[in-house]
Design a protein around this ligand. Sequence first.
Ligand code: ADA
Ligand code: CA
Ligand code: CA
Ligand code: CA
Length: 203
Amino acid sequence: PAAASLAIDGPSAAANIPITSTIVVPAGQVYDGGGNTIIASGMGDGSQDEGQKPIFRLENGATLRNVKIGAPGCDGVHTYGNATLENVQWLDVGEDALTMKAQGNVTLTNCVAKLAYDKVVQVNANGNLTLNNFQVDNFGKVVRTNGSSQSTNVITINGGTFRNGTNIVRTESVNVRVRYRNISTSNVSKLWQVPNASQVSTY
Ligand code: ADA
Ligand code: CA
Ligand code: CA
Ligand code: CA
């Protein structure tokens, strides 16, 4: 009967989705990956080489949710303005996982990042970065502002687990504020690498 075949087909199982070019999420739109895993080819090898392509490009106001980024992680996710990420899992971070490429407010909620050789979130623009319940294992820096740039950022870390890394935040900018609460850490060498300890507070 029809019901049996519906039951067999059921809700679709998670799948691997091969891509050969960046997935662009237009301004204000939502990309829901349905739990599928993106596998890139020809876009970079996931090493520390700069210039790899992003897996996703989020235009201003875009949302990315329920997706896994498999190896090679290439240059991860690029944001151009405000962005919302929910249940995004980087299974093997490439050169980095997410880059703020233009000014905006970027929020990650219930995301996971693993196996980052160095940086997870690269901040190359002004704006606020909020990490709600971010689970990160194996990293150099969870958040790194760009070189000696004096960007203005409020970095809020609300919950989360950070294991096996060097810094949760590293910045050279005196214009960065870090606020955090309810975090769990293990084997992290120095949580906050900032110009002045007064830039970091709980809230
Ligand atoms: C390095 C590099 C920057 C930028 C950054 C990134 O810090 O020096 O120019 O490319 O990586 O965005 O990955
Ligand atoms: Ca880099
Ligand atoms: Ca990696
Ligand atoms: Ca990068």
